[in-house]
Ligand binder design. Structure first.
Ligand code: ADP
Ligand code: MG
Length: 588
Protein backbone atom coordinates (compact mmCIF):
# COMPACT_ATOMS: atom_id res chain seq x y z
CA UNK A 1 0.00 0.00 0.00
CA UNK A 2 1.22 3.48 -0.88
CA UNK A 3 1.75 6.06 1.82
CA UNK A 4 -0.89 8.80 1.87
CA UNK A 5 0.09 12.22 0.59
CA UNK A 6 -2.51 14.96 0.68
CA UNK A 7 -2.82 17.93 -1.68
CA UNK A 8 -3.68 21.33 -0.20
CA UNK A 9 -4.82 24.64 -1.68
CA UNK A 10 -3.99 27.19 1.02
CA UNK A 11 -6.01 30.06 -0.45
CA UNK A 12 -6.39 33.70 0.50
CA UNK A 13 -10.09 33.33 1.24
CA UNK A 14 -10.76 29.60 0.95
CA UNK A 15 -8.66 26.46 1.45
CA UNK A 16 -9.20 22.80 0.64
CA UNK A 17 -7.54 19.41 1.08
CA UNK A 18 -7.71 16.24 -1.00
CA UNK A 19 -6.31 12.79 -1.50
CA UNK A 20 -6.15 10.18 -4.26
CA UNK A 21 -8.36 7.27 -3.33
CA UNK A 22 -8.63 4.11 -5.49
CA UNK A 23 -6.90 6.01 -8.30
CA UNK A 24 -9.31 8.99 -8.16
CA UNK A 25 -8.45 12.42 -6.78
CA UNK A 26 -11.11 13.78 -4.44
CA UNK A 27 -11.46 16.62 -1.97
CA UNK A 28 -12.33 15.83 1.64
CA UNK A 29 -15.42 17.44 3.12
CA UNK A 30 -15.82 18.56 6.72
CA UNK A 31 -18.59 17.52 9.15
CA UNK A 32 -21.03 19.88 7.39
CA UNK A 33 -20.25 18.28 4.05
CA UNK A 34 -18.31 21.31 2.76
CA UNK A 35 -15.21 20.71 0.67
CA UNK A 36 -14.08 24.35 0.79
CA UNK A 37 -13.10 25.90 4.11
CA UNK A 38 -12.83 29.66 4.71
CA UNK A 39 -9.22 30.62 5.51
CA UNK A 40 -10.39 32.32 8.70
CA UNK A 41 -9.32 31.93 12.33
CA UNK A 42 -11.11 33.29 15.40
CA UNK A 43 -9.03 33.87 18.52
CA UNK A 44 -11.22 34.07 21.62
CA UNK A 45 -10.26 35.88 24.81
CA UNK A 46 -9.23 32.88 26.84
CA UNK A 47 -7.16 31.06 24.27
CA UNK A 48 -10.11 29.53 22.46
CA UNK A 49 -9.56 29.13 18.72
CA UNK A 50 -11.98 28.34 15.92
CA UNK A 51 -11.18 27.81 12.27
CA UNK A 52 -13.06 27.97 8.98
CA UNK A 53 -16.83 28.44 8.80
CA UNK A 54 -17.10 28.45 12.60
CA UNK A 55 -14.61 31.32 12.73
CA UNK A 56 -16.53 33.25 10.07
CA UNK A 57 -19.77 32.90 12.03
CA UNK A 58 -18.04 34.72 14.88
CA UNK A 59 -17.47 37.63 12.53
CA UNK A 60 -20.91 39.12 13.04
CA UNK A 61 -20.55 39.51 16.79
CA UNK A 62 -16.81 39.41 17.33
CA UNK A 63 -15.41 40.59 13.99
CA UNK A 64 -12.24 42.14 15.36
CA UNK A 65 -11.04 38.78 16.68
CA UNK A 66 -11.37 37.01 13.33
CA UNK A 67 -8.28 36.93 11.12
CA UNK A 68 -8.79 36.50 7.37
CA UNK A 69 -6.57 36.77 4.25
CA UNK A 70 -3.42 35.81 6.18
CA UNK A 71 -1.88 34.68 2.88
CA UNK A 72 -1.37 38.34 2.01
CA UNK A 73 1.11 38.64 4.89
CA UNK A 74 3.01 35.37 4.87
CA UNK A 75 6.74 35.66 4.25
CA UNK A 76 6.67 39.45 4.16
CA UNK A 77 7.72 42.26 6.42
CA UNK A 78 4.77 43.52 8.48
CA UNK A 79 3.77 47.12 9.15
CA UNK A 80 2.31 48.22 12.48
CA UNK A 81 -1.12 48.24 10.84
CA UNK A 82 -0.63 44.68 9.54
CA UNK A 83 0.34 43.53 13.05
CA UNK A 84 -2.84 45.00 14.43
CA UNK A 85 -4.98 43.17 11.85
CA UNK A 86 -3.12 39.96 12.70
CA UNK A 87 -3.58 40.55 16.44
CA UNK A 88 0.20 40.44 16.80
CA UNK A 89 0.33 36.86 15.62
CA UNK A 90 2.85 35.39 13.22
CA UNK A 91 1.27 34.74 9.77
CA UNK A 92 3.12 31.40 9.70
CA UNK A 93 1.43 30.41 12.95
CA UNK A 94 -2.02 31.53 11.71
CA UNK A 95 -1.55 29.64 8.44
CA UNK A 96 -0.43 26.60 10.44
CA UNK A 97 -3.70 26.77 12.39
CA UNK A 98 -5.65 26.65 9.11
CA UNK A 99 -3.51 23.75 7.87
CA UNK A 100 -3.95 21.90 11.17
CA UNK A 101 -7.72 22.12 10.74
CA UNK A 102 -7.47 20.76 7.18
CA UNK A 103 -5.30 17.94 8.50
CA UNK A 104 -7.88 17.18 11.17
CA UNK A 105 -10.66 17.02 8.54
CA UNK A 106 -8.60 14.71 6.34
CA UNK A 107 -7.70 12.37 9.20
CA UNK A 108 -11.30 12.30 10.38
CA UNK A 109 -12.53 11.44 6.84
CA UNK A 110 -9.84 8.89 6.12
CA UNK A 111 -9.73 7.36 9.58
CA UNK A 112 -5.94 7.38 9.62
CA UNK A 113 -3.20 9.88 10.21
CA UNK A 114 -1.67 11.81 7.31
CA UNK A 115 1.82 13.21 7.49
CA UNK A 116 2.86 14.29 4.01
CA UNK A 117 1.56 17.08 1.85
CA UNK A 118 1.85 19.05 -1.38
CA UNK A 119 0.86 22.71 -0.85
CA UNK A 120 0.18 25.24 -3.61
CA UNK A 121 1.38 28.85 -3.82
CA UNK A 122 0.88 31.59 -6.45
CA UNK A 123 3.41 31.47 -9.29
CA UNK A 124 4.73 34.90 -8.30
CA UNK A 125 5.53 33.91 -4.67
CA UNK A 126 9.21 34.53 -3.97
CA UNK A 127 11.50 32.31 -1.92
CA UNK A 128 10.57 33.98 1.35
CA UNK A 129 6.87 33.36 0.84
CA UNK A 130 7.43 29.77 -0.34
CA UNK A 131 9.62 29.04 2.66
CA UNK A 132 7.14 30.57 5.08
CA UNK A 133 4.34 28.47 3.55
CA UNK A 134 6.46 25.37 3.93
CA UNK A 135 7.20 26.23 7.55
CA UNK A 136 3.50 26.71 8.23
CA UNK A 137 2.93 23.19 6.88
CA UNK A 138 5.65 21.80 9.11
CA UNK A 139 4.27 23.60 12.12
CA UNK A 140 0.92 21.96 11.41
CA UNK A 141 2.62 18.57 11.50
CA UNK A 142 3.11 17.93 7.79
CA UNK A 143 6.20 16.92 5.94
CA UNK A 144 5.84 19.27 2.95
CA UNK A 145 7.06 17.31 -0.03
CA UNK A 146 6.45 20.00 -2.57
CA UNK A 147 5.35 23.60 -2.90
CA UNK A 148 3.51 23.65 -6.23
CA UNK A 149 2.58 26.65 -8.40
CA UNK A 150 -1.17 27.25 -8.46
CA UNK A 151 -1.59 27.61 -12.26
CA UNK A 152 0.32 24.37 -12.74
CA UNK A 153 -2.03 22.67 -10.29
CA UNK A 154 -5.05 24.08 -12.14
CA UNK A 155 -3.77 22.80 -15.47
CA UNK A 156 -3.27 19.37 -13.90
CA UNK A 157 -6.82 19.33 -12.55
CA UNK A 158 -8.15 19.87 -16.06
CA UNK A 159 -5.92 17.09 -17.39
CA UNK A 160 -4.13 19.52 -19.66
CA UNK A 161 -0.85 17.73 -19.14
CA UNK A 162 -2.11 15.39 -21.87
CA UNK A 163 -1.95 18.19 -24.44
CA UNK A 164 0.54 17.95 -27.27
CA UNK A 165 4.01 19.41 -26.87
CA UNK A 166 4.17 23.21 -27.31
CA UNK A 167 0.51 23.58 -26.38
CA UNK A 168 -0.26 26.76 -24.50
CA UNK A 169 -2.67 27.16 -21.62
CA UNK A 170 -4.03 30.37 -20.12
CA UNK A 171 -5.01 30.07 -16.45
CA UNK A 172 -7.34 32.91 -15.41
CA UNK A 173 -7.58 32.81 -11.60
CA UNK A 174 -10.04 35.26 -10.03
CA UNK A 175 -10.35 34.40 -6.33
CA UNK A 176 -11.45 36.22 -3.21
CA UNK A 177 -8.59 38.64 -2.80
CA UNK A 178 -6.31 38.36 -5.80
CA UNK A 179 -6.31 38.01 -9.56
CA UNK A 180 -3.64 36.12 -11.54
CA UNK A 181 -3.26 35.30 -15.16
CA UNK A 182 -0.61 32.72 -16.05
CA UNK A 183 0.43 31.49 -19.47
CA UNK A 184 1.88 27.99 -19.45
CA UNK A 185 3.52 26.09 -22.25
CA UNK A 186 3.90 22.34 -22.43
CA UNK A 187 7.50 21.49 -23.18
CA UNK A 188 8.70 17.88 -23.25
CA UNK A 189 5.88 16.77 -21.01
CA UNK A 190 6.17 19.50 -18.38
CA UNK A 191 4.54 22.91 -18.07
CA UNK A 192 6.74 25.96 -18.18
CA UNK A 193 5.35 29.25 -16.90
CA UNK A 194 5.97 31.63 -19.81
CA UNK A 195 4.31 34.70 -18.36
CA UNK A 196 2.37 35.69 -15.31
CA UNK A 197 0.58 38.91 -14.53
CA UNK A 198 -1.78 39.78 -11.76
CA UNK A 199 -3.17 42.14 -9.23
CA UNK A 200 -2.76 41.29 -5.54
CA UNK A 201 -5.45 43.81 -4.63
CA UNK A 202 -8.28 42.66 -6.87
CA UNK A 203 -10.72 39.93 -5.96
CA UNK A 204 -14.22 38.85 -5.07
CA UNK A 205 -13.94 40.87 -1.83
CA UNK A 206 -13.99 44.04 -3.94
CA UNK A 207 -17.21 42.92 -5.60
CA UNK A 208 -18.81 42.31 -2.18
CA UNK A 209 -17.75 45.80 -1.24
CA UNK A 210 -19.38 47.32 -4.32
CA UNK A 211 -22.68 45.64 -3.49
CA UNK A 212 -22.50 46.59 0.20
CA UNK A 213 -21.79 50.23 -0.63
CA UNK A 214 -24.62 50.42 -3.17
CA UNK A 215 -27.01 48.92 -0.63
CA UNK A 216 -25.89 51.32 2.12
CA UNK A 217 -26.57 54.13 -0.35
CA UNK A 218 -30.05 52.77 -1.02
CA UNK A 219 -30.66 52.54 2.73
CA UNK A 220 -29.55 56.14 3.09
CA UNK A 221 -26.68 55.24 5.39
CA UNK A 222 -23.38 57.10 5.14
CA UNK A 223 -20.62 54.54 4.57
CA UNK A 224 -18.25 56.57 6.74
CA UNK A 225 -20.60 56.36 9.72
CA UNK A 226 -20.86 52.56 9.68
CA UNK A 227 -19.07 50.66 12.46
CA UNK A 228 -16.70 47.90 11.45
CA UNK A 229 -19.00 45.28 13.00
CA UNK A 230 -21.98 46.53 11.00
CA UNK A 231 -19.95 46.72 7.80
CA UNK A 232 -18.98 43.08 8.27
CA UNK A 233 -22.69 42.14 8.32
CA UNK A 234 -23.41 44.17 5.17
CA UNK A 235 -20.43 42.58 3.44
CA UNK A 236 -21.54 39.11 4.48
CA UNK A 237 -24.99 39.63 2.98
CA UNK A 238 -23.44 41.25 -0.10
CA UNK A 239 -21.32 38.15 -0.70
CA UNK A 240 -24.31 35.87 -0.34
CA UNK A 241 -26.33 37.92 -2.85
CA UNK A 242 -23.38 38.11 -5.26
CA UNK A 243 -22.99 34.32 -5.25
CA UNK A 244 -26.74 33.80 -5.66
CA UNK A 245 -26.77 36.11 -8.70
CA UNK A 246 -24.32 33.79 -10.48
CA UNK A 247 -27.14 31.25 -10.64
CA UNK A 248 -30.31 33.38 -10.44
CA UNK A 249 -31.41 36.43 -12.39
CA UNK A 250 -32.69 38.18 -9.25
CA UNK A 251 -31.93 38.02 -5.55
CA UNK A 252 -33.06 39.93 -2.51
CA UNK A 253 -30.48 41.69 -0.34
CA UNK A 254 -32.00 41.55 3.11
CA UNK A 255 -30.76 42.50 6.58
CA UNK A 256 -33.48 42.22 9.21
CA UNK A 257 -32.85 44.18 12.42
CA UNK A 258 -29.31 45.14 11.47
CA UNK A 259 -29.36 47.81 14.14
CA UNK A 260 -32.04 47.80 16.79
CA UNK A 261 -35.34 48.04 14.92
CA UNK A 262 -33.93 48.97 11.53
CA UNK A 263 -34.30 46.43 8.74
CA UNK A 264 -33.35 46.72 5.11
CA UNK A 265 -34.24 44.75 2.04
CA UNK A 266 -33.82 45.40 -1.67
CA UNK A 267 -34.10 43.20 -4.73
CA UNK A 268 -31.19 43.14 -7.13
CA UNK A 269 -30.92 41.88 -10.70
CA UNK A 270 -27.91 40.16 -12.20
CA UNK A 271 -27.74 42.84 -14.91
CA UNK A 272 -27.54 45.60 -12.32
CA UNK A 273 -24.81 43.77 -10.38
CA UNK A 274 -22.81 42.99 -13.50
CA UNK A 275 -22.90 46.59 -14.65
CA UNK A 276 -21.50 47.73 -11.27
CA UNK A 277 -18.55 45.37 -11.43
CA UNK A 278 -17.48 46.19 -15.02
CA UNK A 279 -14.45 48.28 -13.92
CA UNK A 280 -13.09 45.32 -11.92
CA UNK A 281 -13.62 42.91 -14.78
CA UNK A 282 -11.86 45.35 -17.09
CA UNK A 283 -8.84 45.34 -14.77
CA UNK A 284 -8.54 41.57 -15.03
CA UNK A 285 -8.66 41.81 -18.81
CA UNK A 286 -5.94 44.46 -18.79
CA UNK A 287 -3.72 41.96 -16.89
CA UNK A 288 -4.49 39.29 -19.51
CA UNK A 289 -3.48 41.60 -22.33
CA UNK A 290 -0.29 42.56 -20.51
CA UNK A 291 0.68 38.91 -20.00
CA UNK A 292 -0.03 38.13 -23.65
CA UNK A 293 2.09 41.02 -24.82
CA UNK A 294 4.90 40.09 -22.39
CA UNK A 295 4.91 36.61 -23.88
CA UNK A 296 4.67 38.01 -27.39
CA UNK A 297 1.53 35.96 -27.95
CA UNK A 298 -1.80 36.55 -29.61
CA UNK A 299 -4.98 35.36 -27.89
CA UNK A 300 -5.51 32.99 -30.82
CA UNK A 301 -2.26 31.14 -30.05
CA UNK A 302 -3.66 29.91 -26.72
CA UNK A 303 -4.80 26.28 -26.97
CA UNK A 304 -6.86 26.12 -23.79
CA UNK A 305 -8.42 28.55 -21.33
CA UNK A 306 -8.93 27.47 -17.75
CA UNK A 307 -11.01 29.48 -15.28
CA UNK A 308 -10.06 29.14 -11.62
CA UNK A 309 -11.28 30.89 -8.47
CA UNK A 310 -14.79 31.35 -7.13
CA UNK A 311 -15.29 34.71 -8.87
CA UNK A 312 -15.16 33.06 -12.30
CA UNK A 313 -18.62 31.64 -11.51
CA UNK A 314 -19.99 35.09 -12.33
CA UNK A 315 -21.34 34.83 -15.90
CA UNK A 316 -20.02 38.26 -16.94
CA UNK A 317 -16.52 37.38 -15.72
CA UNK A 318 -16.51 34.17 -17.65
CA UNK A 319 -17.81 35.92 -20.78
CA UNK A 320 -15.10 38.59 -20.57
CA UNK A 321 -12.32 36.01 -20.21
CA UNK A 322 -13.69 34.00 -23.12
CA UNK A 323 -13.94 37.11 -25.29
CA UNK A 324 -10.37 38.09 -24.44
CA UNK A 325 -8.94 34.68 -25.37
CA UNK A 326 -11.42 34.15 -28.21
CA UNK A 327 -12.46 30.70 -27.04
CA UNK A 328 -14.84 28.95 -24.70
CA UNK A 329 -13.43 28.00 -21.33
CA UNK A 330 -13.16 24.47 -20.03
CA UNK A 331 -15.65 24.39 -17.13
CA UNK A 332 -15.54 20.68 -16.37
CA UNK A 333 -14.15 21.33 -12.85
CA UNK A 334 -15.43 23.49 -10.02
CA UNK A 335 -13.39 26.68 -10.32
CA UNK A 336 -12.85 27.00 -6.58
CA UNK A 337 -11.74 23.38 -6.25
CA UNK A 338 -9.45 23.08 -9.27
CA UNK A 339 -6.24 24.08 -7.49
CA UNK A 340 -6.76 21.72 -4.56
CA UNK A 341 -7.64 18.98 -7.03
CA UNK A 342 -4.45 19.62 -8.99
CA UNK A 343 -2.39 19.55 -5.77
CA UNK A 344 -4.08 16.26 -4.93
CA UNK A 345 -3.22 14.80 -8.34
CA UNK A 346 0.40 15.87 -7.90
CA UNK A 347 0.40 14.28 -4.42
CA UNK A 348 -1.10 11.11 -5.91
CA UNK A 349 1.57 10.97 -8.57
CA UNK A 350 4.26 11.34 -5.92
CA UNK A 351 2.85 8.64 -3.66
CA UNK A 352 2.34 6.30 -6.58
CA UNK A 353 -1.44 6.26 -6.03
CA UNK A 354 -1.83 7.77 -9.47
CA UNK A 355 0.26 7.01 -12.50
CA UNK A 356 0.90 10.20 -14.34
CA UNK A 357 3.51 12.53 -15.64
CA UNK A 358 5.37 14.31 -12.90
CA UNK A 359 5.06 18.01 -13.43
CA UNK A 360 7.87 20.31 -12.57
CA UNK A 361 7.77 23.91 -11.52
CA UNK A 362 9.97 26.80 -12.54
CA UNK A 363 11.86 29.58 -10.79
CA UNK A 364 9.72 32.75 -10.75
CA UNK A 365 12.74 35.09 -10.80
CA UNK A 366 16.43 34.74 -11.65
CA UNK A 367 18.94 33.89 -8.94
CA UNK A 368 22.57 34.86 -8.87
CA UNK A 369 25.33 36.60 -6.98
CA UNK A 370 26.85 40.05 -7.07
CA UNK A 371 30.15 40.30 -8.89
CA UNK A 372 32.81 42.97 -9.18
CA UNK A 373 31.38 46.32 -10.20
CA UNK A 374 28.05 45.60 -8.50
CA UNK A 375 26.72 43.58 -11.40
CA UNK A 376 24.19 40.78 -11.19
CA UNK A 377 25.72 37.47 -12.23
CA UNK A 378 22.85 35.07 -12.92
CA UNK A 379 23.45 31.43 -12.02
CA UNK A 380 19.89 30.19 -12.42
CA UNK A 381 17.78 32.16 -14.91
CA UNK A 382 14.12 32.93 -14.39
CA UNK A 383 11.75 30.15 -15.51
CA UNK A 384 14.30 27.33 -15.04
CA UNK A 385 12.56 24.06 -14.28
CA UNK A 386 13.24 22.90 -10.73
CA UNK A 387 14.84 21.00 -9.08
CA UNK A 388 18.01 22.37 -10.62
CA UNK A 389 21.67 23.05 -9.94
CA UNK A 390 24.18 25.51 -11.37
CA UNK A 391 27.70 26.52 -10.50
CA UNK A 392 30.43 28.91 -11.44
CA UNK A 393 34.03 29.62 -10.45
CA UNK A 394 35.01 33.00 -9.04
CA UNK A 395 38.34 34.50 -8.05
CA UNK A 396 39.78 37.18 -5.80
CA UNK A 397 39.66 40.75 -7.06
CA UNK A 398 42.63 41.97 -5.03
CA UNK A 399 45.99 40.59 -3.96
CA UNK A 400 46.17 39.58 -0.32
CA UNK A 401 42.40 39.37 0.07
CA UNK A 402 41.50 36.63 2.59
CA UNK A 403 37.75 36.33 2.25
CA UNK A 404 34.99 36.84 -0.24
CA UNK A 405 31.49 37.96 0.63
CA UNK A 406 28.88 36.40 -1.63
CA UNK A 407 25.62 38.29 -1.85
CA UNK A 408 22.85 36.02 -3.07
CA UNK A 409 20.46 37.98 -5.27
CA UNK A 410 17.05 37.47 -6.79
CA UNK A 411 15.70 39.55 -9.64
CA UNK A 412 15.88 40.50 -13.28
CA UNK A 413 17.92 43.67 -13.21
CA UNK A 414 21.50 44.06 -14.47
CA UNK A 415 22.74 45.95 -11.42
CA UNK A 416 23.01 44.12 -8.11
CA UNK A 417 21.51 47.04 -6.22
CA UNK A 418 18.26 46.83 -8.22
CA UNK A 419 17.76 43.18 -7.27
CA UNK A 420 16.85 41.75 -3.86
CA UNK A 421 19.39 40.29 -1.51
CA UNK A 422 18.29 36.91 -0.20
CA UNK A 423 21.30 36.39 2.04
CA UNK A 424 25.07 36.54 2.34
CA UNK A 425 27.75 33.99 2.90
CA UNK A 426 31.40 34.69 3.53
CA UNK A 427 34.07 32.27 2.44
CA UNK A 428 37.63 32.58 3.73
CA UNK A 429 40.76 31.58 1.81
CA UNK A 430 44.53 31.91 2.10
CA UNK A 431 45.91 35.24 0.79
CA UNK A 432 47.01 35.03 -2.82
CA UNK A 433 47.85 37.27 -5.73
CA UNK A 434 44.89 38.74 -7.51
CA UNK A 435 43.02 36.20 -9.61
CA UNK A 436 44.67 33.14 -8.06
CA UNK A 437 42.12 32.11 -5.47
CA UNK A 438 39.48 29.71 -6.75
CA UNK A 439 36.05 29.93 -5.19
CA UNK A 440 33.41 27.59 -6.51
CA UNK A 441 29.81 28.66 -5.99
CA UNK A 442 26.93 26.28 -6.45
CA UNK A 443 23.19 27.02 -6.31
CA UNK A 444 20.84 24.14 -5.76
CA UNK A 445 17.06 24.49 -5.72
CA UNK A 446 15.13 21.52 -4.42
CA UNK A 447 11.70 20.47 -5.62
CA UNK A 448 10.08 22.89 -3.15
CA UNK A 449 11.85 25.89 -4.62
CA UNK A 450 14.12 26.24 -1.60
CA UNK A 451 17.59 27.48 -2.33
CA UNK A 452 20.88 26.17 -0.96
CA UNK A 453 24.06 28.08 -1.75
CA UNK A 454 27.38 26.30 -1.41
CA UNK A 455 30.68 28.20 -1.55
CA UNK A 456 33.95 26.27 -1.66
CA UNK A 457 37.55 27.36 -1.47
CA UNK A 458 38.97 24.91 -4.01
CA UNK A 459 42.46 24.96 -2.53
CA UNK A 460 41.55 24.04 1.04
CA UNK A 461 38.32 22.26 0.17
CA UNK A 462 36.59 24.29 2.84
CA UNK A 463 32.82 24.74 2.36
CA UNK A 464 30.29 27.24 3.51
CA UNK A 465 26.62 26.47 3.03
CA UNK A 466 23.82 28.99 3.16
CA UNK A 467 20.24 27.81 3.32
CA UNK A 468 17.80 30.48 2.41
CA UNK A 469 14.98 30.00 4.87
CA UNK A 470 13.72 33.49 5.66
CA UNK A 471 14.41 34.96 2.27
CA UNK A 472 13.34 38.26 0.88
CA UNK A 473 11.01 39.33 3.70
CA UNK A 474 11.64 42.93 2.83
CA UNK A 475 9.70 42.90 -0.40
CA UNK A 476 6.02 42.89 -1.17
CA UNK A 477 4.07 40.85 -3.71
CA UNK A 478 3.54 43.94 -5.79
CA UNK A 479 7.27 44.47 -6.11
CA UNK A 480 7.74 40.92 -7.36
CA UNK A 481 5.44 41.76 -10.23
CA UNK A 482 7.08 45.13 -10.58
CA UNK A 483 10.52 43.50 -10.84
CA UNK A 484 9.62 41.78 -14.08
CA UNK A 485 8.03 44.83 -15.69
CA UNK A 486 10.90 47.09 -14.52
CA UNK A 487 13.44 44.77 -16.06
CA UNK A 488 11.70 45.32 -19.39
CA UNK A 489 11.23 49.04 -18.90
CA UNK A 490 14.82 49.68 -17.84
CA UNK A 491 16.40 47.09 -20.11
CA UNK A 492 18.14 49.69 -22.22
CA UNK A 493 19.56 51.75 -19.36
CA UNK A 494 20.53 48.63 -17.41
CA UNK A 495 22.32 47.13 -20.37
CA UNK A 496 24.31 50.26 -21.01
CA UNK A 497 25.23 50.36 -17.31
CA UNK A 498 26.48 46.79 -17.56
CA UNK A 499 28.46 47.49 -20.74
CA UNK A 500 30.00 50.51 -19.04
CA UNK A 501 30.93 48.66 -15.86
CA UNK A 502 32.41 45.71 -17.70
CA UNK A 503 34.42 47.96 -19.99
CA UNK A 504 35.65 50.02 -17.04
CA UNK A 505 36.78 46.94 -15.14
CA UNK A 506 38.57 45.69 -18.21
CA UNK A 507 40.22 49.09 -18.69
CA UNK A 508 41.38 49.19 -15.06
CA UNK A 509 43.01 45.84 -15.59
CA UNK A 510 44.41 46.47 -19.03
CA UNK A 511 46.02 49.89 -18.62
CA UNK A 512 48.64 48.97 -15.99
CA UNK A 513 49.26 45.65 -17.76
CA UNK A 514 49.90 47.48 -21.04
CA UNK A 515 52.33 49.91 -19.39
CA UNK A 516 54.29 46.97 -17.99
CA UNK A 517 54.20 45.11 -21.29
CA UNK A 518 55.53 48.10 -23.18
CA UNK A 519 58.63 48.00 -20.98
CA UNK A 520 59.13 44.24 -20.84
CA UNK A 521 58.46 43.72 -24.53
CA UNK A 522 59.96 46.91 -26.01
CA UNK A 523 62.43 44.91 -28.15
CA UNK A 524 59.66 43.10 -30.09
CA UNK A 525 57.75 46.19 -31.06
CA UNK A 526 57.95 48.08 -34.31
CA UNK A 527 57.52 51.83 -34.01
CA UNK A 528 54.17 51.43 -35.76
CA UNK A 529 52.90 48.82 -33.28
CA UNK A 530 54.11 50.89 -30.38
CA UNK A 531 52.31 53.93 -31.75
CA UNK A 532 49.09 51.96 -32.16
CA UNK A 533 49.22 50.69 -28.57
CA UNK A 534 49.93 54.12 -27.15
CA UNK A 535 47.16 55.65 -29.21
CA UNK A 536 44.70 52.99 -28.05
CA UNK A 537 45.71 53.43 -24.40
CA UNK A 538 45.34 57.21 -24.66
CA UNK A 539 41.92 56.78 -26.22
CA UNK A 540 40.81 54.56 -23.31
CA UNK A 541 42.03 57.14 -20.79
CA UNK A 542 40.21 59.88 -22.69
CA UNK A 543 36.89 58.07 -22.87
CA UNK A 544 36.94 56.88 -19.23
CA UNK A 545 35.56 60.07 -17.66
CA UNK A 546 32.82 60.47 -20.30
CA UNK A 547 30.70 57.52 -19.12
CA UNK A 548 29.86 56.64 -22.71
CA UNK A 549 29.46 52.90 -22.46
CA UNK A 550 29.79 51.91 -26.08
CA UNK A 551 32.67 54.28 -26.79
CA UNK A 552 34.63 52.84 -23.85
CA UNK A 553 33.83 49.31 -24.90
CA UNK A 554 35.18 49.99 -28.40
CA UNK A 555 38.29 51.73 -27.05
CA UNK A 556 39.03 48.83 -24.72
CA UNK A 557 38.52 46.32 -27.53
CA UNK A 558 40.94 48.25 -29.73
CA UNK A 559 43.54 48.32 -26.94
CA UNK A 560 43.08 44.61 -26.39
CA UNK A 561 43.59 43.96 -30.10
CA UNK A 562 46.57 46.27 -30.39
CA UNK A 563 48.39 44.43 -27.61
CA UNK A 564 47.37 40.94 -28.68
CA UNK A 565 50.57 39.90 -30.44
CA UNK A 566 52.76 41.61 -27.87
CA UNK A 567 51.04 39.75 -25.07
CA UNK A 568 51.44 36.47 -26.91
CA UNK A 569 55.16 37.11 -27.43
CA UNK A 570 55.69 37.92 -23.79
CA UNK A 571 53.93 34.75 -22.68
CA UNK A 572 55.91 32.68 -25.18
CA UNK A 573 59.14 34.16 -23.97
CA UNK A 574 58.19 33.60 -20.37
CA UNK A 575 57.43 29.94 -21.04
CA UNK A 576 60.70 29.45 -22.84
CA UNK A 577 62.65 30.88 -20.01
CA UNK A 578 60.48 28.92 -17.58
CA UNK A 579 60.04 31.96 -15.52
CA UNK A 580 57.23 31.54 -13.02
CA UNK A 581 54.15 33.02 -14.61
CA UNK A 582 54.44 36.69 -14.03
CA UNK A 583 51.93 37.45 -16.74
CA UNK A 584 49.41 35.04 -15.46
CA UNK A 585 49.41 36.81 -12.12
CA UNK A 586 48.84 40.07 -13.73
CA UNK A 587 46.05 38.89 -15.93
CA UNK A 588 43.98 37.15 -13.22
P1 ADP B 1 -9.13 32.13 -2.99
O1 ADP B 1 -9.11 33.62 -3.04
O2 ADP B 1 -8.79 31.62 -1.66
O3 ADP B 1 -8.36 31.51 -4.08
P2 ADP B 1 -11.61 31.12 -4.18
O4 ADP B 1 -10.99 30.78 -5.46
O5 ADP B 1 -12.37 30.06 -3.49
O6 ADP B 1 -10.66 31.71 -3.11
O7 ADP B 1 -12.59 32.35 -4.45
C1 ADP B 1 -13.31 32.92 -3.43
C2 ADP B 1 -14.13 34.05 -3.99
O8 ADP B 1 -15.09 33.53 -4.91
C3 ADP B 1 -14.92 34.77 -2.90
O9 ADP B 1 -14.86 36.17 -3.13
C4 ADP B 1 -16.34 34.28 -3.14
O10 ADP B 1 -17.30 35.23 -2.75
C5 ADP B 1 -16.36 34.08 -4.64
N1 ADP B 1 -17.39 33.16 -5.07
C6 ADP B 1 -17.61 31.90 -4.63
N2 ADP B 1 -18.70 31.38 -5.23
C7 ADP B 1 -19.18 32.34 -6.05
C8 ADP B 1 -20.30 32.42 -6.93
N3 ADP B 1 -21.15 31.42 -7.07
N4 ADP B 1 -20.50 33.57 -7.61
C9 ADP B 1 -19.66 34.62 -7.45
N5 ADP B 1 -18.59 34.60 -6.65
C10 ADP B 1 -18.36 33.48 -5.96
MG1 MG C 1 -7.21 30.51 -5.10
Amino acid sequence: MNETIVGIDLGTTYSAIGVVDSGFPMLLADEEGKRIMPSAVWYGVEGAVEVGRKALRRRELDGLRVVTSVKRYIGRELSAEDREVLQDRDPVEISATILRELKRIAEWRLGRSVGKAVITVPAYFHDGQRNATKRAGELAGFEVLRVLNEPTAAALAYGLDKLADKSRVAVYDFGGGTFDLSLLEMQDGVFQVIATHGDTRLGGDDLDHVVAVKMLEKAGIDEMQVSRELMIRWLGEAERVKCALSANERECFSLPFYEGHSSFSHELSRGEFESWIQPWIARTIACCNKALSDAGMLPSSVDALVLVGGSTRIPAVRAAAEACFQRTADVSQHPDEAIALGATIQAGVMSGAMKKLVLLDVTPLSLGIETLGCLMNVLIPRNTTIPCKAGEMFTNAATGQTAMMLRVLQGERELACDNWELGRVEIAFAPMPKGQARIGVQFRIDENGILEVLARDVKSGRDRILQIQHAAVNVSDESVEKMVSDSVEFAFADMSERVWTEARLKADELLPAVDAALEVGAQWLSEEERERILRAATRVREVMPSKQANALKEAVQELDKATESLAAKIVEQAMEQALPGEWENRQG
